[in-house]
Design a binder for this molecule. Structure first.
Ligand code: ADE
Length: 231
């Protein structure tokens, strides 16, 4: 997968050199390009923002640098361009699964009060455009949201996570929160591992884990449950 990021803070993304995603880049599974929006300005101050038409607080990102950045990144292949925004559709595991199938993702990280709307409208004429929110809260810009999305998407690309089975038994993969996990020692500071996990009875372990998933989901995220979860 090819991933391009346009940002005024390219240094944010140096963490993509490490861990599983860093390895995926070394192995050629993920090909990453980070682009400094200011490289597409032409004034001495490398200006990327201006005051909003109609008044109001804050600054808006100017369209011209974005247009030039996308001119250089978007080819003839119609990539998917994602603008992280609290005004977008909410990012879920289903979104991650869907985006993991795309060969080319481009993230446009806005700052300030956002990007001139014409950037979104014009980009939609040459790419699939999605406004995507991490959740109902406001970040200072799209960089942290982009990092979170790339991590969630990247780990679903075949070859990125060593043991693909570990992807199946995670929170949200089957619509429920995941069951609690334990490792050795069997007793620690007065807390014992649930005996069923030491029983060697695989049927009983699977049933216990399912119960735990449902109980946890009911307690913390009841809106995720559906009647079929109790079958
Ligand atoms: N930019 C600012 N807040 C955001 C959020 N909640 N999700 C995605 N991008 C954002």
């Amino acid at each position: 997968m090819r991933i391009d990021i346009v940002t005024i803070f390219p240094e944010f993304f140096s963490v993509l050199d490490v861990s599983l995603l860093g390895k995926a880049r070394q192995n050629g599974i993920i090909d990453l390009g980070v682009h400094d929006l200011r490289d597409f300005t032409h004034d001495r101050h490398r200006t990327v923002d201006d005051t909003p038409y109609g008044g109001g607080a804050g600054m808006v990102m100017k369209p011209e640098p974005w247009g030039e950045a996308f001119d250089s990144i978007l080819g003839e292949t119609r990539p998917t361009v994602i603008f992280p925004s609290p005004a977008g559709e909410v990012f879920t595991q289903a979104t991650a699964r869907e985006l993991a199938e795309h060969p080319h993702l481009v993230f446009g990280c806005g700052r300030y009060e956002g990007i001139d709307q014409r950037v979104v409208d014009h980009t939609a004429s040459r790419a699939e455009v999605r406004l995507v929110s991490l959740g109902d809260y406001v970040l200072n810009g799209g960089e942290v949201a982009t990092m979170a999305m790339i991590e969630a998407i990247g780990r679903l690309i075949p070859g990125v996570v060593g043991n693909p089975e570990s992807l199946v038994e995670e929170s949200h993969e089957d619509g429920l929160l995941e069951y609690p996990s334990y490792t050795k020692p069997a007793s620690w500071r007065g807390h014992d591992v649930p005996p069923v996990l030491l029983s060697g009875n695989h049927g009983a372990i699977a049933a216990w884990r399912r119960e735990q998933q449902i109980e946890r989901t009911r307690r913390v995220r009841p809106e995720l449950l559906s009647p079929s979860d109790f079958d």
